[in-house]
Design a protein around this ligand. Structure first.
Ligand code: MN
Length: 701
């Protein structure tokens, strides 16, 4: 019997022994003894002694070479919540660092929550109803997430212990009740798996996703696994021949490489197949080969060997080694027409890059263990490299006084879901939730800048690698890679429209604050009477209010006669018309849908429904870089009798090339082809195109 008690501890000690000193191992034993005593006599639902759970959690972390404080905290993580041991007790015996981690993973007010429930029950004179219990449970769950993430901004080990805890709980779902399982699996997909991804812990993320998926949708899970097995079986022979062939060629070229292949995880395969509408078998990276080498330079040598062996599919070549992804990911990607003419996806990287891609933030401890304690960096992980998103948690509470539920919603929307990365002209990276606008970015830089945002100059590179500039309104939806210079004007002020366009809590909070300071009347006026007094063009188009619509063309996407368009219903009789693909339009509609607001569907509009209307034409002019190009283009525009609404000459990244983006006000009587044809005759101009990318992801027409 003593054997079964000892074995899991021995597993942990063996793992720790690989990188810990004797003194550290003694502390691990001591933490185990304390936890074992505290949990003595309790079993998990599945029957084994409770202590096996904290031991397993600690072992998951020991595999990542977690330091002794992290391991001790993992062993003690359930004591304060479930046993007589108090936080003070842990602190006295094990010190403040370990106590802080234990506190971070301890459910919010485990004791208080039960108290409140009991109190409300006594008031009603009855035992708490199921609904009461559920509501209390949900509140506690949200409070616990908030507590965890705020603790995380002081010490990332808090989240690592929590993720390991969740991983073991999901591996052993039998140890939980049905309601617990459902709640745990959901919360894992909503919060913990994305959080693991955010920290770069891809191994843990995939396992969490697959386990939760298997529980929440057993049929889809089984079906996906079956499909993956079938596809793998079909391709195994081929994949093995590929590996063998590559190994042989690499050795012949003097490159030491480990070559293997992996199959996509069930949850990811299921999601990607569903989102792309394709059968699983057709996902391009269902199987990917990995070529792991020792040195950075060998990545390129290996790539050359492989491209010599098989013809590359050039559209799929990516060099994330010299230009890492913004999350730090490094690898060379290529796809080649390989044996049997099949397209094979390849990832080439060093062992170190590979480890970082699997373990993300935990690489810090792995490297520390490898260097040996005496060479370990003295500074704790987040002294230098704390990600900016981690710091937002504290400000959400201080600025906005969020409830726990609002905190969790904001966390999901602003941190865990899709992000875009944009740059300042100096090259600083800012990370914003997808759908964020220039307004969000401006407030992220400084409140003063936010309060007077008049728009921005955006630099982005076109397919030729040429930098292009465009001027955009404050509501412009940012895209990854945009270089953003915010334009300011004292006349520009926060408005109700801004409030609708802003995506981030921080920007919305600042705008509300500005509106409360008394600028609101002005803003409100601007919205309401605008419909009556602006020289808009009442056409046959009807506003849903029944009156003739006042039409304005969107300044975000520059709709031109002939484009597919859609209307956004505004207050009064105003309808703004956008290109059907406009990101600003879709973001506005999505926001309305999310808030269950009115007019969340686009209004059907055709050009015939509008009176002849003046429009703005947004053009990209490419030419040879000579000083007079902008001048000559301006002269041509003047000859046409047009006025320039905005124009920017951009940096000539490729020598002898220039790009000018120009925005022209065109009267209803003039065709855009007419204008473009004339501009093409200007000396030095090589190409004139309508810049359809402004505001839109798809190409128009
Ligand atoms: Mn636990």
């Amino acid at each position: 019997m003593a054997q079964t008690q000892l074995a899991p501890l021995q597993v942990l000690l063996d793992l720790c022994g690989r990188y810990m000193s004797a003194a550290d191992l003694a502390l691990v034993r001591e933490a185990h003894a304390a936890a074992d005593a505290a949990h003595a006599g309790t079993n998990r639902k599945s029957g084994e002694p409770y202590i096996e759970h904290p031991l397993a959690v600690a072992s998951i972390l020991a595999e990542l070479a977690m330091d002794v404080e992290g391991i001790a905290a993992a062993l003690l993580h359930d004591t304060v919540e479930d046993t007589q041991l108090t936080l003070d007790g842990v602190r006295t015996r094990f010190g403040p660092a370990i106590a802080r981690v234990v506190d971070g993973v301890t459910k919010f007010g485990a004791a208080e929550a039960t108290e409140t429930l009991r109190a409300s029950a006594t008031l009603d004179g009855a035992t708490p109803t199921l609904a009461q219990r559920k509501a209390s449970k949900e509140r506690q769950q949200a409070e616990s997430v908030r507590k965890l993430l705020k603790a995380m901004s002081h010490d990332p080990r808090v989240v690592l212990v929590k993720l390991a805890d969740r991983l073991h709980n999901l591996r052993t779902l039998d140890a939980m009740s049905d309601t617990q399982r459902e709640r745990t699996a959901r919360e894992t997909l909503d919060i913990y798996a994305p959080l693991a991804g955010r920290m770069g812990l891809y191994n843990i993320k995939s396992e969490l996703e697959d386990l939760a998926f298997r529980y929440l949708d057993p049929d889809a899970y089984a079906h996906t696994v079956q499909r993956l097995d079938d596809e793998t079986a079909k391709r195994t022979h081929w994949a093995e021949r590929m590996v063998e062939r590559m190994q042989r060629e690499l050795v012949a070229s003097g490159i030491q490489a480990a070559v293997n292949w992996r199959v996509k995880h069930p949850y990811r395969a299921w999601i990607e197949a569903r989102e792309s509408g394709m059968d699983i078998a057709l996902l391009h990276d269902l199987i990917a080969f990995r070529v792991l080498v020792n040195e950075r330079d060998e990545c390129y040598q290996a790539l050359r060997v492989i491209h010599h062996l098989w013809h590359p599919y050039s559209e799929r070549i990516r060099d994330y080694v010299s230009t890492p992804k913004l999350n730090g990911y490094q690898s060379l990607h290529t796809a080649v027409f390989a044996l049997d003419g099949r397209l094979a996806q390849m990832h080439i990287r060093t062992h170190a890059m590979h480890r970082a891609s699997q373990h993300g933030m935990a690489t810090y401890w792995l490297e520390r263990a490898e260097a040996g304690a005496q060479h370990a960096p003295a500074a704790p992980l987040w002294t230098d490299h704390k990600p900016r998103w981690v710091d937002r948690f504290a400000s959400w509470d201080d600025d906005a006084k969020l409830s726990a539920a609002e905190f969790v919603t904001t966390l999901r929307g602003e941190v865990l879901e899709e992000q875009v990365f944009v740059f300042t002209p100096k090259g600083d990276v800012f990370e914003l939730p997808a759908g964020a606008t220039v307004i969000d970015f401006a407030y992220q830089i400084h409140t003063e800048i936010g309060d007077h945002t008049a728009g921005a100059q955006i630099l982005s590179s076109d397919p030729d690698g040429l930098l292009e500039a465009q001027q955009v309104p404050p509501e412009y939806v940012l895209r990854t890679g945009d270089i953003v210079r915010v334009l300011r004007s004292p006349a520009s002020q926060p408005s109700v429209e801004w409030l609708q366009a802003a995506q981030t809590l921080h920007a919305r909070e600042r705008i509300r604050r500005a509106l409360r300071r008394g600028e609101e009347p002005a803003a409100a006026q601007r919205l309401e009477p605008a419909a009556e007094s602006e020289p808009g063009l009442p056409g046959p188009l009807r506003h849903p209010s029944g009156r003739a619509a006042t039409v304005r063309l969107g300044r975000c996407c520059y709709p031109c006669p002939g484009d597919k368009i859609a209307g956004l219903v505004e207050s009064g009789t105003l309808v703004t018309v956008h290109r059907a693909c406009c990101r600003t339009l879709h973001a506005a509609l999505a926001r309305r849908r999310a808030r269950s607001a009115a007019h969340a569907e686009p209004l059907r509009v055709r050009w015939e429904d509008l009176q002849p209307i003046a429009y703005r034409l947004h053009l990209a002019i490419h030419g040879q870089d000579h000083r007079g190009l902008m001048h000559e283009v301006s002269a041509c525009v003047a000859q046409l009798g047009l006025s320039v609404a905005g124009g920017l000459a951009s940096a000539n990244r490729a020598r002898y090339k220039a790009a000018i983006t120009i925005t022209l006000d065109i009267p209803p009587t003039m065709w855009r082809e007419q204008v473009m044809r004339r501009l093409r005759t200007v000396p030095g101009v090589l190409r004139v195109e309508r810049d359809v990318r402004a505001g839109c992801d798809e190409t128009a027409n």
